[in-house]
Ligand binder design. Structure first.
Ligand code: BDP
Length: 556
């Protein structure tokens, strides 16, 4: 699956902007333009744009429509690309169904076969979460219940494009770099009707370093893609009829004992779990916000993040490649609680498993060429204390490893002896809120409890460990002596206490503070304008703890 890029063989037309949207009945079919639509921005969620609660928190079907026209050329094929419509969607062109998106957070890429002079594109979204959607949820009496701690943002969240392809074209490019003794082999696999292909590689100065007809070639004295010191080559593949340009980095990922090696050097993961979330935009992709996120992470001396709790935009992944961040690429499998059949339609079942497997494959299709992806997470905090989760995750891991060559994990909230799925992980990833959700306000419990928990995991599985979440809700500007919870003083003490403990555990290879920035959640008693565990505010300004981390991570 190639991202739409414009060149002398391919056109790209943006359909971003103002669309029409409205809520529709269960059996609605968009055979002709719906005249009751109101204006809505794309890409964006509608939830934080509207002013009434019923619209903000609506669960059901939502119709997005856009009229468009593109220059018609007889010599090419037209396709539609929606970066993400959350969650499931059906797509209609001029009243005819042309395909669907099985889940939010993934691109929908469909042929546009019967384009007219003027066209109507209708995207019928369903934002309801059940045990067969990702994330999981539950509908009861028309009401949405969810187990995860982030808002169910709805809308078309990423760019929408119409693009053209030559009739004989490259469908996909898979780039593999082999870093062995001499660090230099690159192999390119092409899919599609490619015929006679030429491969050219340009370095960052724009100098051509390779020009060949062979799909396996060497780069002399290559620059490796290094953590926070990325080096990206540009591969240009040209066939008789088509051309495509893809960036790649040369890097090797390996686990040796308790070490996670990138290009043979051990790395320590310093960074965050995050969310795609910003004022008014909701989950809408915005390059300025993404860049501010990266600049803040670089400033604080982070070197990595997890795409908690769903795949982030392709544009974010491109930026991570360019900055040199290590990314743990997470599937949208959050809130997975029920494997037991007694829960009937509320239980995860074979259908859930089939979709989960397909989402792991689609993640590979989308992200395979990104050097930043050094590990894949199949789920966040599933209820792996349920016996049936063992078989389920065995299959999900097996499927994921069919595609991905990088280490595979999931993020656990249970204990070494109670988690049925911990054994499948290449790296043990654990979330802990000791002194926050347990022993609230008492940082003195952290050291003993955290060391024991992590040591137990290590003793049992002998895998390196990352503390993938720890954090404390904090209201910026609130200070307290002694440090009580929600103050900046407490957050700093809390984070420092966890970090100090990790420094004593040599099997521990990383710390991801929860969260990079404050973010929107559903309304519950424990959340004041959402989750406030950000090291940065929602405006992307540092809280006091950011200065502690900046100093610590500079030295680490
Ligand atoms: C963890 C979840 C994360 C939440 C966090 C919290 O993985 O999504 O936001 O708790 O409660 O268990 O802050």
């Amino acid at each position: 699956m190639l991202y739409p890029r414009m060149n002398d063989k391919r056109d790209v037309y943006s359909l971003n902007g103002v669309w029409d949207y409205c809520f529709v009945a269960e059996d609605y079919v968009p055979v002709k333009k719906n005249r009751s639509g109101k204006p809505m921005a794309v890409p964006a969620s509608y939830n934080d744009i509207v002013t009434d609660m019923q619209t903000r928190e609506y669960s059901g079907k939502v119709l997005y429509e856009k009229e468009f026209a593109v220059p018609k050329r007889a010599d090419c094929l037209y396709r539609l690309r929606i970066g993400d419509a959350s969650h499931k969607c059906e797509v209609y062109l001029n009243g005819e169904k042309i395909g669907e998106g099985i889940n939010g957070f993934y691109p929908v890429d469909l042929p546009l076969e019967n384009l007219k002079e003027n066209n109507l594109l209708s995207v019928l979204i369903d934002n309801r979460l059940t045990a067969q959607t990702f994330p999981n949820g539950r509908m009861k009496d028309g009401k949405q219940y969810i187990k995860h701690d982030f808002f169910n943002f709805t809308g078309i969240h990423r760019d929408v494009m119409v693009y053209t392809l030559p009739k004989k074209h490259i469908d996909d490019i898979i780039i593999r770099t082999v870093v062995d003794g001499d660090y230099e082999k690159v192999s390119v696999e092409l899919k599609g009707d490619c015929g006679n292909a030429t491969f050219r590689v340009y370095d960052e100065q724009g100098e051509e370093v390779v020009c060949t007809k062979e799909n396996v070639f060497k780069i002399k004295n290559p620059n490796l893609w290094q953590v926070m010191n990325a080096y990206l080559y540009t591969l240009v593949v040209e066939t008789d009829t088509d051309k495509y340009e893809e960036k790649f980095g040369i890097r090797k990922v390996e686990i040796q004992g308790t070490k996670f090696l990138v290009n043979d050097k051990p790395v320590y993961f310093k960074g965050f779990g995050m969310h795609e979330d910003f004022f008014i935009l909701g989950r809408g992709n915005n390059p300025a916000v993404s860049l501010r996120n990266f600049e803040c992470m670089k400033w604080v001396n982070a070197n990595s993040f997890r795409t908690s709790h769903y795949p982030y935009s392709e544009e974010m992944m491109d930026l991570a490649d360019r900055y040199g961040f290590l990314v743990i690429d997470e599937a949208p499998a959050a809130g997975m609680v029920l494997w037991s059949e007694c829960f009937g339609e509320n239980a995860c079942n074979d259908e859930t498993l089939a979709i989960h497997k397909e989402l792991m494959r689609l993640l590979y299709e989308r992200d395979k060429n990104h050097p930043c992806v050094v590990m894949v997470s199949v789920s966040n905090e599933p209820m792996t204390t349920e016996e049936n989760s063992e078989k389920y995750f065995e299959e999900v891991f097996k499927e994921t490893r069919k595609y991905w060559e990088v280490p595979v994990t999931f993020v656990d909230t249970w204990h070494a002896n109670t988690s049925y799925a911990a054994k499948f992980c290449d790296v043990t990833c654990v979330n802990r809120y000791l002194g926050w959700y347990t022993d609230h306000g008492d940082c003195s419990v952290v050291e003993a409890q955290l060391s024991k928990d992590l040591q137990d995991f290590y003793d049992k599985y002998q895998k390196p460990v990352i503390l993938t979440e720890f954090g404390a809700d904090t209201i910026e500007g609130l200070h307290a002596l002694p440090a009580v919870t929600f103050s900046e003083d407490f957050q700093m003490m809390y984070v420092a206490e966890n970090c100090k403990t990790l420094d004593k555990l040599d099997f521990c290879i990383g710390e991801h503070v929860w969260n990079f920035a404050d973010f929107t959640t559903h309304q519950t008693g424990g959340r004041v304008r959402g989750n406030r565990k950000g090291v940065f505010t929602k405006e992307r300004q540092p809280k006091m703890v950011a200065y502690y981390l900046k100093d610590r991570w500079d030295k680490k």
